[in-house]
Write a protein that binds this ligand. Structure first.
Ligand SMILES: *[C@@H]1O[C@H](CO)[C@@H](O)[C@H](O)[C@H]1NC(C)=O
Ligand SMILES: *[C@@H]1O[C@H](CO)[C@@H](O)[C@H](O)[C@H]1NC(C)=O
Ligand SMILES: *[C@@H]1O[C@H](CO)[C@@H](O)[C@H](O)[C@H]1NC(C)=O
Ligand SMILES: *[C@@H]1O[C@H](CO)[C@@H](O)[C@H](O)[C@H]1NC(C)=O
Ligand SMILES: *[C@@H]1O[C@H](CO)[C@@H](O)[C@H](O)[C@H]1NC(C)=O
Length: 399
């Protein structure tokens, strides 16, 4: 599956951006560093080609630094990398952070003179914004969509939504089982309080480790027909099940999550989410920033810039054409690369928002490396942890 065009390694020039502008849509993109950001979503910023596309000082500098650092780093960067405590930085990251914070001296090859940083967006950033705008409108597919279309969208957007992908009867059984587990005193011999984790998921969501019993271990759920082939293709490997939980956002209690990727490495982990209730805006849907996946240590300046500015620094959630909130109906299944930036919103409604989460991974090594269960049931007894881990291992097919 080819990567989106903007991610491929080619040097971009101001000329390229002008051509992109002349060819069609231009995007007004003023980062909040230009004016203090007041926390509100400012505008839909797709403009016609006559309007200038401006980068603003910080994004412009970051972009030029990424170019410069991909072209070459300096001995000081190497020294800094050695003493860096961040296990995820590569030499280019170190260089970019130093450069964009004005910590490079004039003698360094990746020094960027701020006073002549280009105000024109490089082609790669134009393409990112176009990618996000397109995915915002076109990442939901019904049963008539071809596998190729869905695959291409997942590769491009990092997230797709499959309408009616879960068989209604099975969904109904799972919803009933969840209701019983949640509110009944016990389910197949499991006590709900033994499985409930109140501190494992960001921003006060409850996570319930599911027991390996019907209907939660139903093959129709663990490998949803349409989804399985999508995952294999995307990961380039037979997907392994990592864990199956229900993450539930209690009304009035759960807060908005900080925008994040679940993992930093792309095309390694995939989440499959099955909402057990339809989600309204008030119930706090998931906000996605499409086209931000799989950008760690990217080999293009645009990839580096998007990852840092729009992802890590969370600016994608400021511009209306770079994110969307997905409101699922029953039967919808969301599939996303775990590295795509997203956030669950606050539940201000009066009903709970339970989502069944199936997490898949490309290899045993990656499963160990993520170690999702490391903080499992911290506030519970060792027996409760062992009980939940036993069920996790059954889902993983480990015994
Ligand atoms: C930066 O560029 C400006 C304009 O091109 C130039 O006047 C200035 O001397 C440069 N500064 C440095 C430190 O190179
Ligand atoms: C930026 O400034 C440097 C010198 O400070 C100069 O050599 C270079 O050509 C300038 N770049 C642009 C795009 O004007
Ligand atoms: C979304 O897809 C529809 C139908 O294929 C197309 O007409 C529309 O232009 C697309 N929207 C974007 C923003 O790409
Ligand atoms: C799929 O296509 C068929 C035939 O065109 C149509 O009758 C059906 O409504 C479509 N299904 C969906 C979910 O759009
Ligand atoms: C996962 O985390 C647990 C608890 O911190 C630890 O005991 C275990 O060794 C870790 N597993 C791997 C594979 O790192």
């Amino acid at each position: 599956m080819p990567e989106p065009r903007w991610r491929r390694g080619h040097t971009v020039a101001a000329v390229g951006a002008l051509v992109a502008l002349a060819a069609g849509v231009a995007i007004q993109l003023r980062p909040p560093t230009e004016e203090p950001y007041d926390g509100s979503v400012k505008m839909i910023d797709l403009y016609d080609a006559r309007k200038p596309w401006r980068l603003g000082a910080k994004l412009g500098l970051l972009s030029e630094c990424a170019e410069a650092c991909l072209a070459g780093t300096d001995p000081t960067d190497v020294e800094m990398l050695k003493s860096s405590t961040s296990g995820t930085f590569d030499i280019v990251d170190v260089c970019v952070v130093r450069c964009s914070n004005g910590l490079k001296s004039k003698g360094e090859i990746s020094y960027v003179n701020r006073s002549n940083v280009s105000d024109l967006p490089p082609e790669g950033l134009v393409e990112y914004a176009q990618c996000a705008a397109r995915c915002q409108q076109n990442s939901t597919f019904d049963a008539n969509a071809t596998d190729e279309e869905v695959q291409a969208a997942l590769t491009r957007c990092g997230v797709v939504h499959l309408r009616g992908a879960l068989e209604p009867q099975l969904l109904q059984v799972v919803r009933s089982a969840w209701a019983e587990l949640r509110t009944g005193g016990s389910f197949s011999g499991f006590k709900p309080e033994d499985l409930l984790d109140g501190s494992h998921v960001r921003a006060k969501r409850d996570e319930v480790w599911l027991p390996f019993v019907e209907p939660f271990n139903n093959p129709g759920l663990l490998s949803i027909s349409r989804v399985s082939s999508l995952l294999s293709e995307y990961l380039g490997a037979k997907p392994l099940l990592d864990h199956v939980t229900v993450i539930s956002a209690a009304p009035g209690r759960v807060q908005e999550q900080v925008l994040h990727g679940d993992v930093i490495r792309g095309r390694s982990h995939i989440e499959v989410h099955v909402p057990l209730e339809p989600v309204s805006q008030e119930m706090g849907p998931t906000r996605f920033c499409p086209c931000t996946q799989n950008l760690l240590h990217h080999d293009t300046a645009a990839g580096r810039t998007v990852y840092r500015h729009f992802g890590l620094q969370r600016h994608c959630s400021i511009w209306k054409n770079l994110f969307y909130d997905f409101l699922p109906v029953l039967g919808d299944v969301t599939v996303y690369d775990s590295s795509v930036f997203h956030a669950g919103l606050a539940n201000t409604a009066t009903t709970e928002r339970p989502v069944l989460c199936l997490a898949y991974v490309a290899s045993k090594e990656l499963l160990s490396e993520r170690n999702y269960t490391s903080g499992i049931l911290q506030s519970k007894s060792a027996e409760a942890r062992e009980l939940a881990m036993r069920e996790v291992r059954k889902f993983r097919g480990e015994n």
